[in-house]
Write a protein that binds this ligand. Structure first.
Ligand SMILES: NC(=O)c1ccc[n+]([C@@H]2O[C@H](COP(=O)([O-])OP(=O)(O)OC[C@H]3O[C@@H](n4cnc5c(N)ncnc54)[C@H](OP(=O)(O)O)[C@@H]3O)[C@@H](O)[C@H]2O)c1
Length: 266
């Protein structure tokens, strides 16, 4: 029996937290966020459409991007776990949404399944030119998961008073050195542009309300989500490497017990 000496948790409770790749962990809930899983959702749902990446998308859009109806929103890493939710929240908030992803299949998924207004395959197109063609008046919000040259393409197209939401820099995660920042920062000066990074943990107190909102949107069919679930603890290193190769389709999860991972507790 797995139990906790912390009075807030009882045997059988399901929680999520941030830890290492291990079967069992002792976690201090006063130091790390330990979030209860709603009884009516599975662990896959708790890590997928209600998980850390979806919550990050929610906070990045509502707290940092803060779009107004009619804004042009561009999302990089758009077919991934964080990006797909960020773009769909943009649609709910009335934006015209353009996604950037790395294959035709992913671009079709964005426009056909997630109802994005347009998608750019960065492996085949000149991203800077494509953004300009699709958003001639400029990009109001750029939600960036990638960094590097894709961030540069957005800088070159950012509108007056635009916002660049720095969520991640995945283009540099397999480099030994941090990737360079963008050039031509005078565009941000002349455009009075705000560029802001953030961490999900900056908004810990808002997470319960955000989870409820995401669940409502999901239940109402306003947000679609896909999980790429792999089996077995031993598949973790390869699965992690697949993130930087674009070989994941949606939120990449590794489960050790798929029956337990897909069950609710009601
Ligand atoms: N700020 C926070 O608190 C926070 C929290 C969670 C996640 N994040 C960030 O969110 C980002 C997305 O993470 P995720 O877990 O949701 O992953 P994900 O989007 O599900 O998977 C990563 C995707 O990034 C794309 N990618 C990888 N290397 C790329 C490159 N060099 N250029 C362009 N695209 C590339 C790939 O898709 P393609 O096939 O389209 O290339 C890949 O499928 C990461 O930067 C992560 O650090 C931030």
């Amino acid at each position: 029996m797995v139990a906790s000496r912390d009075a807030r948790f009882s045997p059988g409770d399901r929680v999520t937290t941030i830890g290492s790749w291990q079967d069992y962990a002792i976690v201090d809930a006063n130091v790390m966020p330990v979030r209860p899983v709603r009884p009516d959702v599975s662990l896959v749902q708790a890590m997928g459409p209600l998980g850390m990446n979806a919550l990050t998308a929610y906070m990045g859009m509502t707290k940092i991007g803060r779009p107004e109806a009619g804004d042009v929103l561009v999302v990089s890493g758009a077919a991934g776990s964080t990006g797909s939710v960020a773009g769909q929240i943009g649609k709910i908030m009335g934006c015209r949404v353009i996604g950037i992803a790395g294959s035709t299949e992913k671009c079709n998924y964005l426009t056909q399944d997630l109802r994005f207004d347009a998608a750019i395959n960065y492996r085949e197109a000149n991203v800077e030119q494509q953004i300009r063609a699709l958003a001639p008046a400029g990009v109001n919000i750029f939600f960036d998961n990638v960094g590097g040259e894709i961030l540069q393409a957005a800088v070159e197209n950012i509108a007056k008073y635009g916002v660049i939401v720095l969520c991640g820099q995945i283009a540099g995660y397999d480099n030994s050195e941090p990737i360079s920042g963008p050039r031509n920062m005078m565009r941000l000066v002349y455009g009075s542009v705000r560029m802001q990074g953030f961490l999900l943990g900056d908004f810990e107190d808002d997470i319960p309300a955000a989870t409820d909102q995401l669940w409502q949107w999901l239940s109402a069919g306003k947000i679609a989500h896909r999980e790429d679930v792999r089996e077995g603890f031993e598949s973790l290193p390869e699965s992690f490497g697949d993130l930087s190769k674009g070989l994941n389709d949606g939120t990449l999860l590794v489960v050790t017990n798929s029956q337990e991972a897909n069950a609710t507790s009601v």
